[in-house]
Write a protein that binds this ligand. Structure first.
Ligand code: NAD
Ligand code: LMR
Length: 335
């Protein structure tokens, strides 16, 4: 329902706005799904020169929706213009993987994009700008972006792990015939990759542990043989089925992650890819998925003092190893 906007407009910059994810993302953003029904926005859509004609079409459609919150739309292939005074940046623009590739195979092609964008954000965006990195490999691309934007606090950069979180919630809920929001205290650790660790250890269903509700005896086998691999491989399974990578669900996750970061939620745990300060043995300076809580005022904090079993340690360790090797592979972008 439409509420008369009362707030000062904010600027949201989106890269890759004419791509697959962009096509789903722009309309949700413009409808108020990310920043709320009382927050007017300027949308700065940034694309590569070859995609400007396609972007023109997307923007024609966007105008045809007559969204009341949209106060202006800029379409540009000049990133400096696109990020000028940005309050929020959604970094989607980059190459997706195809069948048979891992996301880290994209580092060579995509890493440089995020070095450039980091520098430009540092130069022209607001110092308070909040950035969500979607382009793969998202965690290491986020590390590159933040590193190249030293004047913006590093906690303002998050990599998208919300899709993994929501995939996990959906699978766990389906299995027991519940709704995803019935499950709390779930999170995904590590890299947005096949080594991620979707972790049901602390998960609860209406106060009871998920494990207990599932049946203590059967839980481990299902968790290790079905649940974890299904969530880890979901991106590849979608590429296999659709012929191209997830788009509408990725756009939904970008909207949801940024929305909850900005506006909070009802006290549930979220998963966000954020800079490690060394918590839970994850080396300082890596961008990793963590269980986080948000305060509704734009801040998040890692959930503290969770007991970690040897199984969890082993799972998290595998993903950390991969994050470290990705960081090594892009050392030249981290001067
Ligand atoms: P796509 O190829 O359909 O669209 C990407 C768009 O980005 C293209 O229109 C391209 O012109 C544009 N682009 C490329 N480089 C750019 C730059 N430097 N500046 C501005 N625009 C640029 O791809 P897609 O399906 O929309 O996916 C985009 C990225 O998101 C991929 O890297 C994909 O792997 C990733 N992804 C991440 C998640 C996640 O959970 N983190 C989920 C799905 C997809
Ligand atoms: C996803 O998880 O769907 C995306 O990261 C796309 C991919 O390459 O799997």
């Amino acid at each position: 329902e439409y509420t008369q906007p009362t707030k000062t407009p904010v600027t949201v910059a989106v890269t890759g706005a004419a791509g697959n994810i962009g096509y789903a993302l722009m309309f949700r953003l413009a409808s108020g799904a990310m920043l709320g029904p009382d927050q007017p926005i300027y949308i700065n859509a940034i694309e590569l020169p070859f995609a400007m004609e396609a972007l023109k079409g997307v923007i024609m459609e966007l105008r045809d929706c007559a969204f009341p919150l949209v106060k202006g739309i800029l379409a540009t292939d000049d990133a400096e213009q696109g990020f000028e005074n940005a309050d929020y940046a959604l970094l989607v623009g980059s190459k997706p993987r195809s069948k048979g590739q891992e996301r880290s195979d994209l580092l060579k092609e995509n890493g440089g994009i995020f070095e450039t964008i980091g520098r430009i954000l540092n130069k022209v965006a607001k110092k308070t700008c909040k950035t969500t990195v979607v382009g793969n490999p998202a965690n290491t691309n986020c590390l590159i972006t933040a590193h190249n934007a030293p004047d913006i606090p590093s906690e303002n950069f998050s990599s998208m792990m919300r899709l993994d979180h929501d995939r996990g919630l959906a699978q766990a809920a389906l299995k027991l015939g519940h709704d995803p929001q019935d499950i709390t205290e779930f999170a995904v650790w590590g890299n947005h990759s096949a080594t991620m660790f979707p972790d049901l250890t602390y998960a609860r269903l209406f106060g009871e542990t998920y494990r207990h509700t599932f049946g203590n005896k059967e839980f481990d086998a299902w968790n290790e043989k079905e649940f974890i691999p299904t969530v880890q491989q979901r991106g590849a399974a979608i590429i296999e089925a659709r012929g191209s990578s997830s788009a509408a669900s990725a756009a939904n996750a970008a909207i949801a992650q940024t929305r909850d970061w900005v506006h909070g939620n009802d006290g549930r745990w979220l998963t966000m890819g954020i800079k490690s300060g060394g918590e839970y043995g994850i080396p300082e300076g890596l961008w990793s998925g963590f269980p986080v809580e948000v305060d509704g005022e734009g801040n998040y904090a890692i959930v503290k003092d969770l007991p970690i079993s040897s199984f969890q340690e082993e799972q998290i360790g595998k993903s950390v190893k991969e994050l470290l090797s990705e960081r090594d592979a892009v050392a030249e972008l981290l001067h």
